[in-house]
Ligand binder design. Structure first.
Ligand SMILES: Nc1ncnc2c1ncn2[C@@H]1O[C@H](COP(=O)(O)OP(=O)(O)OP(=O)(O)O)[C@@H](O)[C@H]1O
Length: 598
């Protein structure tokens, strides 16, 4: 704790300072100043008692105590005002710090290299940082201020006691040790359990989503998955419960031991005070003030220990947040990427590209070379898992090759600024996201709105017919979980996704299985449109509909992550290789059955 404490406090104060300088200054300054008035009030109280316990008639003693009493009152009033101001500033800090922490987290999650999302360690760290780290960031700041307040509240009576008699100060601090130990131990136990359970919790969240979300609801019923899911959920929940009960038992033990020792320490303190008084070391007025100071100190101590407990625990989660930020920072793309070449490029080439997903046993691509020239449509074909999507993502700069190069004209993608590059690429992914936004936002996707271009893109993708049938047209919200929301069929979604590609007006357009859910008429129309779209641009098309890739300028056939063959449709047929085999297989499905014809 001692090792972590300075780092925690520094990071928390820095975060708070960045969120609001004024509120941080008032929260810290107000509490410190209030502590000074606490000590002052206690010393004044000792004077009051000294006047009251002095020899002489009672009215005279009371009169003599009045000036010191006025000082006690003034100190209490000022202390109250300072604490109120500090409390207000502290309350204002909380949402500001939380927002700042969350924004910084999402700035990282949206910038890290895509491969980070294929790494389970990264996911675990992100989940811990997002679900507990972010909310506890504000707690760390709050508890840092509270712990400092408590420490000042403890230091003030300690100093006052020291001024009354040097032997009294250590007495107060003795009572702090057992409570502090118990608080840290309980926090540590809770965090250790949380850490142990974090992977199981993720699984539980995933299962709860599967059982309570709209999207899987139909399949849960269709495949009668209810029993299986509930059983899995129960297994994870059982483990979680067992760990939590164990933690509760051990925490109760630690707290009981702490309380017992605190009680013993308090008895020892009062015994020592009695001894000092009996031995004539301190007068009765000082002993009375000491009792008040010890009580004030103990209540500050209790508050301080409570804050330290929460600070320590929140600090562990906050540590996760800081660790995640460091982890994510390591996965950011190189900062000083050059701008991609101005104007349209003439050629995109991949040379000897090899790429392996993190943790994968074998590379998804091995020594792949392809070339796409401006105005061309190239098609990537091959069996499932042969590496088509991976290659398309590498060409778009979403992944970086482990070896080999990808160039736009002569510029190596590795040296280019990723964001600037991707602004000139449109990727219509096979597993495109069904954004819970309006149709317009789904097509425009953050680009400046141009109604004419929107209408053109929608028409090109056949999404205009979808829009015509929706009550709100382009303003229809595509999410049934919200009031007035709509859902689309698979093919309708695919049209909207394709419209995104046409709207973006990018130099390189990648269509990954753009027609897998389309009806025959729409499929034909879309391939026609894609061919026209290649005019002045570069189009990479991935599809299993081999009849539709005949028009491509060049076809690359991938097999187990390698380019097995390439060339125009006629050449590949003549070569009689994998492409010819796949093509004939598909074509045979359309040969009329002789019996049917008869
Ligand atoms: N995120 C990932 N992490 C690890 N391996 C992956 C990941 N994505 C794909 N792979 C693996 O990489 C290989 C190539 O996958 P890819 O998606 O590029 O194939 P594809 O040719 O597009 O297949 P399909 O025709 O089914 O769309 C496969 O073996 C696949 O299992």
């Amino acid at each position: 704790m001692l090792r972590r404490f300075p780092m925690l406090v520094t990071a928390a104060v820095r975060l708070a300072w960045r969120a609001s300088r004024a509120d941080t200054a008032v929260a810290l300054g107000g509490n410190l100043a209030a502590g000074v008035f606490t000590a002052f009030g206690l010393l004044a109280t000792s004077d009051v008692l000294a006047s009251l316990f002095a020899a002489g008639p009672t009215p005279g003693r009371v009169r003599a105590a009045l000036p010191a009493l006025a000082l006690v009152g003034a100190a209490a009033a000022l202390r109250g005002a300072l604490l109120a101001a500090a409390g207000w500033a502290q309350a204002r800090l909380k949402p500001q710090v939380e927002r700042q922490a969350e924004t910084r987290l999402f700035e990282l999650t949206t910038r890290v290299e895509l491969t980070a999302f294929d790494d389970h360690e990264f996911h675990n760290a992100m989940r811990r940082a997002r679900d507990n780290g972010v909310p506890d960031t504000a707690t760390v700041v709050e508890m840092t201020v509270s712990a400092l307040t408590g420490a000042v509240g403890l230091a003030a009576p300690a100093v006052a006691l020291g001024l009354l008699h040097p032997a009294l100060m250590p007495l107060l601090l003795v009572t702090a040790v057992p409570a502090g130990w118990a608080a840290l131990r309980t926090a540590r136990l809770r965090y250790a359990a949380f850490y142990r359970l974090s992977a199981a919790r993720r699984r539980k969240f995933m299962l709860s989503d599967l059982m309570a979300e709209r999207q899987p609801a139909a399949e849960v019923r269709a495949f009668t998955l209810r029993g299986f899911l509930l059983g899995e959920y129960d297994r994870v929940a059982e483990l979680e419960q067992r760990v939590q009960l164990d933690v509760a038992r051990r925490q109760t033990g630690a707290k009981a031991a702490g309380d017992l020792l605190t009680g013993a320490a308090t008895v020892a303190v009062y015994a020592a005070l009695g001894g000092l008084l009996a031995g004539g070391v301190i007068p009765l007025s000082v002993a009375g003030a000491a009792v008040l100071a010890i009580r004030a100190g103990q209540s500050s101590l209790a508050a301080c220990v409570l804050s330290l407990n929460k600070l320590y625990e929140a600090g562990l989660y906050f540590g996760d947040y800081l660790n995640f930020r460091a982890l994510a920072a390591e996965r950011l793309p190189p900062p000083d990427g050059a701008a991609p070449p101005a104007g349209d490029f003439g050629r995109v080439t991949a040379e000897g590209v090899t790429f392996r997903y993190p943790g994968a046993a074998a590379p998804a691509l091995t020594d792949v070379s392809v070339t796409v020239r401006r105005g061309e449509v190239i098609a990537l074909v091959g069996e499932n898992g042969s590496g088509k999507t991976t290659l398309a993502k590498l060409l778009a700069g979403l992944y970086r090759p482990d070896s080999g190069t990808i160039r736009w004209d002569d510029a190596d993608l590795a040296g280019l600024d990723g964001d600037a590059l991707r602004r000139r690429v449109a990727v219509i992914a096979q597993d495109h996201t069904r954004w819970p936004l309006t149709v317009r936002e789904n097509i425009v996707m953050g680009r400046p709105l141009d109604e004419d271009r929107l209408a053109g893109a929608a028409a090109a993708a056949g999404a205009d017919r979808v829009v015509d049938e929706l009550p709100g047209g382009y303003d229809a919200l595509l999410d049934r979980r919200f009031r007035g929301g709509h859902d689309l069929s698979g093919g309708q979604w695919q049209r909207v996704a394709a419209a995104r590609g046409f709207y973006r007006d990018a130099a390189l357009v990648i269509f990954d299985e753009p027609t897998s859910a389309l009806d025959a008429r729409a499929e034909h129309a879309l391939f026609e449109r894609i061919r026209r779209h290649a005019d002045g641009r570069t189009v990479v098309l991935i599809t299993h509909r081999l009849a539709s890739v005949r028009f491509a300028d060049r076809i690359y056939v991938l097999d187990h992550g390698r380019v097995a063959e390439s060339g125009a449709h006629a050449d590949l047929l003549a070569a009689d290789g994998l492409y010819a085999e796949l093509y004939r297989l598909q074509a045979s499905a359309f040969q009329p059955d002789p019996q049917e014809v008869a």
